[in-house]
Ligand binder design. Structure first.
Ligand SMILES: Nc1ncnc2c1ncn2[C@@H]1O[C@H](COP(=O)(O)OP(=O)(O)OP(=O)(O)O)[C@@H](O)[C@H]1O
Ligand SMILES: [Mg+2]
Length: 284
């Protein structure tokens, strides 16, 4: 009879059962669940991919298990880890459209990467007639939530179905914002999309923080832009600032995060600080 069984079928086993009476039921094993973070801003070139990759690298450096999911048909995150999207047998397109297990498209680099290639551009149309099309990514991630502490999803510069899938699968959203006045106007549109996602698909999703990126500390304009950001979004703006440096353009060419490319540089330090902010509970 199995250890701890409280309903012994045969009288001859009573003695063994008595040995276990009074002992507590074994606790169910604690199942770790990844914190899923989407990096979103419909504006292009604001450092969504750079932030997804380097924050995940900082999590790994701090001893955490992290996965990056590339939800952008441009495949920039995939390429930034030295993976050629054209050589992939299967990618996030197959996960979302053909229900291929996401483990099949994960490559191990500085962190794990669920890879994308240009065919992902066709996913929005291919998914458009599918029931539950907004939840394809959420479903795909379910079996691997226990494998990671952080799942970081890079999104394309639009608020289409791929980004909606990311926001539906996410617990939190990090919004990289280029510190220019015009860039910040787009935040209202993103907030409206998030409100719609909350109402219809993912009631719990929240902004983890707004991250000022591409900050040129020498200009008055950048300082003013950050002030406007803080006036409007208060303590949801991260204390970390990501300054402009050519290192962010150089590192992906070598297939590396800035943490690996120049471990002692200011760029690496900035993303380590951001990781500490997120680990400490974000901006709130
Ligand atoms: N702090 C920085 N300083 C200088 N250049 C940066 C910085 N962060 C990112 N970049 C560069 O700016 C460009 C845009 O960055 P990135 O690709 O991360 O933006 P994105 O928001 O993902 O763009 P897209 O909307 O096209 O996906 C890249 O060439 C990147 O190397
Ligand atoms: Mg990008």
């Amino acid at each position: 009879m199995p250890i701890g069984c409280r309903n012994p079928p045969a009288p001859c086993e009573y003695v063994r059962v008595d040995l276990y009476i009074g002992q507590p039921e074994p606790e169910p094993a604690a199942t770790a669940t990844a914190k899923v973070i989407a990096f979103a801003n419909q504006k292009g070139g604001v450092a969504k991919t750079t932030t997804t990759l380097n924050l995940a690298a900082a999590f790994v450096e701090a001893g955490h298990r992290a996965l990056c999911v590339d939800m952008d048909p441009q495949g920039n995150l995939t390429m930034s880890q030295g993976i050629d999207p054209d050589t992939l047998e299967s990618s996030m397109y197959d996960v979302l459209v053909h229900k291929v297990p996401i483990r099949d498209v994960i490559r191990k680099r500085e962190m794990d990467v669920a890879c994308a290639s240009i065919d992902l551009a066709g996913a929005e149309i291919a998914m458009s007639t599918m029931i539950g099309r907004e939840r394809s990514l959420q479903k795909a991630l379910e079996p691997i939530l226990g494998d990671y502490e952080f799942i970081c999803i890079d999104t394309p510069p639009s608020l289409g179905l791929l980004t909606i899938n990311a926001l539906t699968a996410a617990h939190k959203v990090i919004v990289p914002v280029q510190c220019e006045y015009l860039s910040m106007r787009g935040l209202i549109q993103l907030q409206n999309t998030l409100a719609m996602i909350r109402e219809n698909l993912n009631p719990g999703v929240e902004i983890e923080g707004i991250l000022p990126t591409l900050v040129d500390a020498r200009t008055v304009h950048a300082k003013e832009a950050i002030e406007i950001l803080e006036e409007n979004f208060g303590d949801r703006v991260f204390a970390s600032r990501i300054r402009k440096t050519i290192r962010f353009a150089e590192a992906p060419v070598k297939g590396m995060s800035v943490l690996k490319y120049e471990p002692d540089g200011n760029a690496a330090r900035a993303y380590r600080e951001l990781a500490q902010e997120v680990l400490a509970g974000g901006t709130t």
